[in-house]
Each structure stands twice: as C-alpha cells, then as structure tokens.
Design a protein around this ligand. Structure first.
Ligand SMILES: NC(=O)c1ccc[n+]([C@@H]2O[C@H](COP(=O)([O-])OP(=O)(O)OC[C@H]3O[C@@H](n4cnc5c(N)ncnc54)[C@H](O)[C@@H]3O)[C@@H](O)[C@H]2O)c1
Length: 348
C-alpha cells in the first residue's frame, strides 16, 4: 500500500484533519526543541503572549536551566520526547515550531546516524502530527542547506565539497530532506507549512561547548585567553541575534499566507571573522591576542544572505546590531562563568 493510502487510512477518520482557526488570541503551541538555545527564547515569547506552550525535547543538547524560569507560567508543559520515536501526545495543537535537532558540528558529528534519524524521521513524525491535528507547522533550517555559491566544475570522483559525503552531510542532507518532506506534506495533504533558513544565530543561552564563532570568542576573552582564528580572518559571516529570529519565526507563523518555500532570516550585515574577534576583545576589555592557524577543511569565504522575501512578504527586519547583541551575549556568559565556573565547558 502506498504511503499516501496508509496515511489516509491511519489518520483521516471523518472527525479528524480539521483546520483550527489560526486567528485565536490564545493558541495551543508545540515547540519541538523548546529546551534549546533558540527554542527556549521562543517558548518564553509565546508564554508572555498568553499562549499554552508544549515544550517537546529529549534534552540531548537542550538544558534544563534554559527553561527552568518558564516553569512558573501556568500555560507551560514540558514533554520529554524523542521526536524520532512515534509522537503520541494527547494534546490539541494549533501550531508546531520544529527546532528539534542537533545544531552544531560537535553534536551531530558525534552520532551522525542518530542525527539523520532526528532530521528525517523526527520531521516526518511532526508533520504527521500536524496533519492529524490540522496544525500549522514551521521548520527552522540552516543556511548550510543552500548550495555553495562558489561551486566549480569538478572532475569525476572529486567530491571534496559535495555535501552528501562529507562530515557535515548528515546535517546538510538531513535538513534538505526534511524540507522536501515539508513540501510534500503541503502538496499531498494541504498541511500549512512554513520553511525558514537561518544563519549563525547568537545570543544569551547559546551553549558554551559548541565551538561557534561568537560563543568561542566570548568565552576565550572572558577567560583571558588568546583567540585562535582558523583559516582566513578576512572571510565574512553574517550573524542573527536570537530575539530578531524569534520575531521572524512568529511573524512567518502568524501570516495567513502559506508560503512553502524557504525564507531566509538573518541580519545581512557582513563582518570578517577578525573584526568579530576584535569587537569581542574591545567589548570585554580583555587582553587576548589573535592567533592565526591554518584550517583543516575549507569553508565558504563569504555568506550573502538575501532577506528580501522576509522583508517584503512578512515586514521583518533585524533590529539588533552586532555590538549590541555581543554585549548581551557577553553579559550572559559572564554571569554563567561567575555563577559556576566548573560546569561551563571549554570550547574546542
Ligand atoms: N544556532 C544556530 O546558529 C543555527 C543555525 C542554523 C540553523 N539552526 C537550527 O535552529 C534550530 C535550533 O538550534 P539551536 O541553536 O537552538 O540548537 P540547540 O541544540 O540549542 O536546540 C536544539 C534542541 O532540540 C533538542 N533535540 C535534539 N534532538 C532531539 C530529538 N530527537 N527529539 C527531541 N528533541 C531533540 C535538543 O535537546 C535541544 O533542546 C535547529 O533546528 C538548528 O538546526 C540553528
């Protein structure tokens, strides 16, 4: 029996598959990955707006301390669940935000097969839940899902920068596959899907052990250590402050127009990696030196986010500039280091 027929037989009983109004003020919203860096900011924002929030998380990279301040809200429920396992929660949901995935290389490379199960089977499970409950569903994907704009003609057997065989492949291919599933569920079952791609998120609650540019530089500076830049310090990146992204997710979810194509969200200002390091040193008042080291694998020289769709269709604009966002991130890590020096792991 085809997937389509099995799915209809399992889920589309006469009483199910209803569309719930998306215009109610107080909605029932599931945030998969709600204990993570971005997910916890999203839960907080939704709770403050008066919604019922179900935070679904397996705590593989999420942290209890991210959501413990939210436990005081009446409308907050935490559901410990691996989304790659069948999701059989008995709750009605109007909207589902899907942020449940290992997001950084040390985490997905530690177990790429498990990561792929989360990206693909986990997305499928959430999409099936959305179809059963008539819920709108938004998935957060990554800029890495874009083709490398500097791809060049290559000879047969040269797969050096092809995503599907490299150490990043479980992430990049898994996310692309998840986007394809979202698009198919929209086409076949009219599920109201939204796809978002983000670039280099940063802000309070980002993990200390992920080797991300901002957290790595800030922690080195706060610990009074030198900052090492691998590869060319003049290559550029664009950064997205967490609050700006959350605002973008909420706007795209709230819009009546279903737009089943990926929408990029990022502050399009480009900064060289060296410039970011210097700003961190200046804002922390550290005496760290910059150390340049060769990089083992190649990474793009430049990222060029184009946020025209987000601006034109959803009226979204990033508000936070890099120095303001860095200051908030520095404050967060400073408090964390002051509170519990022993439990803050060193970035690689
Ligand atoms: N942080 C970034 O710079 C960035 C960039 C691009 C895309 N993204 C995407 O944004 C989303 C959130 O990223 P983040 O930085 O907040 O990451 P994070 O690791 O802090 O959050 C991910 C959350 O998902 C949970 N999770 C992972 N696998 C799960 C599973 N099988 N079942 C249930 N929960 C599971 C984790 O425990 C964690 O709480 C991810 O989808 C990520 O790929 C993030």
């Amino acid at each position: 029996m085809s997937y389509l027929r099995k799915f209809h037989a399992r889920y589309f009983k006469p009483s199910s598959g209803r569309k719930r109004s998306s215009s109610r003020d107080n909605k029932s919203i599931m945030v998969a990955g709600g204990a993570g860096f971005l997910g916890s900011h999203l839960c907080e924002r939704l709770l403050k707006a008066g919604h019922q929030v179900y935070c679904v998380d397996d705590f593989s990279t999420g942290l209890e301390r991210n959501i413990s301040p939210l436990l005081g809200f009446d409308g907050f429920d935490v559901i410990a669940q691996d989304i790659a396992e069948p999701i059989d929660v008995d709750v009605d949901v109007d909207e589902i935000y899907h942020l449940a995935r290992p997001a950084s290389p040390p985490h997905y490379q530690a177990d790429p097969i498990r990561a792929m199960q989360t990206y693909v089977t986990g997305s499928l499970n959430l999409l099936e839940l959305a179809a059963r409950r008539g819920a709108r569903i938004l998935q957060v994907s990554a800029a890495d899902t874009h083709d490398d704009s500097q791809l060049h003609a290559r000879t047969e057997g040269d797969w050096s920068d092809a995503a599907f065989l490299g150490r990043h492949s479980s992430y990049e291919e898994g996310k692309r596959c998840a986007e394809a599933l979202f698009s198919d569920f929209h086409r076949l079952y009219e599920v109201d899907v939204r796809l978002v791609r983000i670039f280099n998120a940063y802000g309070p609650r980002m993990r200390a052990d992920e080797s991300r540019i901002v957290s790595n530089f800030v922690l080195k500076a706060l610990r009074g250590k030198d900052i090492t830049i691998y590869g060319d310090a003049s290559k550029t990146r664009s950064f997205s402050f967490a609050d700006d992204l959350i605002d973008g997710f909420a706007r795209i979810m709230a819009s009546p127009a279903s737009l089943p194509v990926p929408i990029d969200l990022c502050n399009p200002m480009e900064f060289s990696i060296g410039d970011v390091a210097e700003q961190v040193i200046e804002l922390t008042g550290a005496r760290s030196n910059l150390i340049l080291r060769p990089q083992a694998t190649d990474t793009p020289r430049q990222q060029r986010p184009d946020i025209s769709l987000a601006m034109q269709e959803f009226g979204w604009r990033p508000k936070m500039d890099l120095s303001g966002g860095l200051l908030q991130t520095i404050g967060y890590f400073d408090r964390l280091l002051a509170g519990s020096k022993r439990v803050v792991p060193e970035p690689a």
